[in-house]
Design a protein around this ligand. Structure first.
Ligand code: ATP
Length: 235
């Protein structure tokens, strides 16, 4: 569904991403993992056209979308949830969700999507009138996911959803991702530092180190491999 071929990103003299190629298959959760500064966010920024790659191509459903700006990607079926789950703090939950469907003119489509999001996240329905800024960290992350779903994406890109959340909330957020992937067949590219939990949620994974893909493969096999257990999971 999404293919990255030979991507290079640099900032001045810093080579942040070097020759990264990866594939996100339709219907799957694919994880892009690695420690701080490994180059994950730079890869994601290049995918959504927020930084210009030095070379390489981004192909979505067979079309070359390299350099297409983020606002145009929504109409093509790609939604992005940036790090930190930013929400409109002074707006109620439901209004936040509706803002995610700003490209949708048809109110009945908007309603259907709202109902779909509420089925996935009953907590958001219970809190539909609560101001988003007063939601807990985990609830805000779910709201950010729900808002992204309101644009009706086929591919969801999500940057570090576990950041700043307690282990229990991380589990809830990842369970929500698994559930939406299962129920709505939305394909997910999950960018994460939290390797243990991301490998449980994902089908396939790529591990970045110093701007390059160091390891890749089936997520369960990676989680069980000695190399990953020793180097990344501290086992
Ligand atoms: P984190 O998990 O901490 O967000 P990351 O894996 O997403 O890390 P990147 O943010 O892509 O890594 O950073 C990769 C490298 O590029 C790092 O060395 C970083 O310092 C550098 N870098 C990122 N953004 C910029 C920028 N705007 N200008 C200069 N260097 C940058």
């Amino acid at each position: 569904m999404l293919k990255i071929e030979g991507l290079h990103v640099s900032y001045g003299g810093v080579q942040a991403v070097q020759d990264v190629s990866l594939e996100v298959r339709p219907g799957e959760i694919t994880a892009l993992l690695g420690a701080n500064g490994a180059g994950k966010s730079s890869t994601l920024m290049a995918i959504i056209g927020a930084v210009k790659p030095k070379s390489g191509r981004v192909i979505f459903e067979g079309r070359d979308i390299t350099g297409t700006p983020p606002e145009k990607l929504v109409a093509q079926g790609i939604a992005m949830i940036p790090e930190g789950a930013r929400v409109f703090a002074r707006q109620p939950v439901e209004q936040n969700l509706r803002l995610g469907a700003y490209t949708v003119r048809d109110e009945s489509v908007c309603r259907q999507r709202l109902e779909h999001v509420y089925r996935l996240f009953p907590r958001l329905q219970e809190r539909r009138e609560q101001l988003a800024g007063t939601m807990s960290g985990g609830e805000r992350q779910m709201l950010a996911i729900g808002r992204a779903l309101m644009s009706g994406p086929r591919l969801l890109l999500i940057d570090e959803p576990s950041l700043g959340l307690s282990p229990l909330l991380v589990e809830q957020v990842f369970d929500a991702l698994i559930e939406l992937n299962r129920q709505s067949a939305v394909t997910v590219l999950l960018v994460e530092q939290n390797m243990a939990q991301a490998l449980e949620a994902a089908k396939r994974a790529y591990v970045m180190q110093s701007g390059r893909i160091a390891l890749s493969g089936d997520a369960a096999e990676l989680a069980a491999s000695d190399e990953v257990r020793k180097a990344y999971l501290g086992m």
